[in-house]
Design a protein around this ligand. Structure first.
Ligand SMILES: NC(=O)c1ccc[n+]([C@@H]2O[C@H](COP(=O)([O-])OP(=O)(O)OC[C@H]3O[C@@H](n4cnc5c(N)ncnc54)[C@H](OP(=O)(O)O)[C@@H]3O)[C@@H](O)[C@H]2O)c1
Length: 249
């Protein structure tokens, strides 16, 4: 481990997956700038991380309010002058059938899961490019790999983020900045609470966080977590479209 504390920005810091990642970094004495929209939840996460050895700064922001992103990043830079890692974790699971009925609901879901992340990555990428150092770790989803009837609004927003990150990775390669696209499968978090998911495939946030922190440390480009999703999604991607459209997934 480095002698300097890792400087880590976490966006959507109250997410269960993000919190599990943060706990691992807190044990190494990280310096955090946490961004979330719910003050009570954010304070609870910050207190927990401080108790585990971290130094923590908090910033309240609804990430959909992208006009405020640069103000937030300025505040972050004041506390974390040499950002090592930015983990972008916020997201929602929109009600697919509600999105089919109302364009505004669909656009709101796309904003939360796609556009807000793309907006944030725009100034954040420039900041990291200028400092010629750091990792942008972005949580997409296995849902990005194929449009399914049950969640294609969410999946297409995550696909937009995935393609954006692929281009950004190539752009920032020569600037020594890494871009990691994270594709979790089913994870037991508040987002999936109440859904009827196959328990054999349901991972804990801690399991996924172990994979994420390791992939960041190793400078990887992309991550399926847990590992077996890489093979599940390979098979799903190989299903011909003419057959896929007849499956009610
Ligand atoms: N759980 C899964 O099975 C799964 C699978 C694949 C990908 N993912 C992705 O993993 C990431 C983390 O999700 P999670 O599973 O840890 O669920 P989670 O615990 O429900 O976390 C989602 C977080 O995003 C925050 N958020 C949503 N919209 C926001 C906004 N506009 N501004 C600020 N914060 C916002 C929520 O804040 P509030 O609590 O204030 O609403 C919440 O803290 C998400 O990007 C999700 O899409 C999850």
């Amino acid at each position: 481990m480095s002698h300097h504390p890792q400087q880590i920005l976490i966006v959507g810091a109250t997410s269960a997956i993000a919190t599990a990642c943060a706990r691992r970094w807190a044990a190494q004495g990280a310096l955090f700038f946490l961004v979330a929209r719910d003050e009570t939840k954010l304070n609870a996460v910050a207190d927990d991380l401080r108790a585990r050895g971290a130094t923590v700064h908090c910033h309240l922001l609804d990430l959909n309010d992208y006009a405020q992103h640069t103000t937030m990043l300025d505040a972050c830079r004041a506390q974390l002058p040499r950002l090592d890692v930015a983990l972008i974790a916020h997201g929602t699971l929109p009600d697919q059938s509600a999105c089919e009925q109302d364009a505004q609901t669909a656009m709101d879901g796309f904003l939360s899961n796609g556009l807000s992340t793309i907006a944030l990555l725009t100034p954040l990428a420039n900041q990291m490019e200028a400092q010629r150092h750091g990792t942008l770790a972005v949580i997409a989803s296995v849902a990005a790999d194929r449009g399914r009837p049950s969640n294609y609004l969410y999946g297409s927003a995550k696909a937009a983020v995935t393609t954006f990150c692929e281009g950004l990775r190539a752009r920032l390669h020569s600037a020594n900045v890494r871009v990691l696209t994270i594709k979790p499968g089913f994870v037991a978090t508040p987002m999936t609470q109440g859904l009827d998911l196959p328990s054999l495939l349901l991972a804990s946030p801690e399991r996924v966080a172990t994979d994420i922190t390791r992939a960041i440390a190793r400078g990887r480009d992309s991550l399926y977590t847990p590992w077996f999703w890489q093979w599940i999604m390979l098979i799903i991607r190989l299903i011909p479209g003419a057959i896929f459209k007849r499956l009610s997934l």
